[in-house]
Write a protein that binds this ligand. Sequence first.
Ligand code: 13P
Length: 249
Amino acid sequence: MSNPRKFFVGGNWKMNGDKAAIDGIIEFMKKGPLNPNTEVVVGCPQCYLMYTRQNMPEEIGVAAQNCYKAAKGAFTGEISPAMIKDCGCHWVILGHSERRNVFGEPDQLISEKVGHALEAGLKVIPCIGEKLEERESNRTEEVVFAQLKALLPNISDWSRVVIAYEPVWAIGTGKTATPEQAQDVHAKLRHWLRENVNAEVADSCRIIYGGSVTPANCAELAKMGDIDGFLVGGASLKPDFVNIINARG
Ligand code: 13P
């Protein structure tokens, strides 16, 4: 069965790297070769947005890893979608589990951020995912559906949204969801979109998987019908990120 959605691979550098490391990443990205059928975006620390945008090949998108829900104002330490755009970037990752769990961002704030980023013209990668104890108490669906539901009122344009499903227990742990575990949740999320948004969005919206994706496990995950790509942390800093970008042959 062929997947009609364009394969999407995001790299999330998190709070890693410096200019020299970014130069190294740019070098291996230029060398590739990258499958032209894969859409690629890298998420870099905000202080390097402009540097990365100016030096990364044009066809690779650059994302901020967070932003605030207003264009400007007295919000010390925050950046706005307008500023991200002014740096030449078109993407933002929002609601990453580290934002939710380390910095305590609630569903409502994330939803408002997604809404403002879309209104400002950015493309958005909202992240959702359950914690280990939630999975172990069979609450995975309840948790991810609630996270998705909170976003709904603020999503004005689904064509600029790529949903990242990142089970918290798989992030940075080396413990990847099996292809079947990930596919199971992705299929349920797509079904939820069908029921709660519409069939067109369910069929077209990319749902990508994140959590200890590596060159060794990406090909099996990429074969699953509802896995439309990846959001990659640690492995996106290394040259074989190219192999993950090319996971779907
Ligand atoms: P790792 O790939 O390092 O597990 O991180 C996943 C992630 O959080 C991507 O956003």
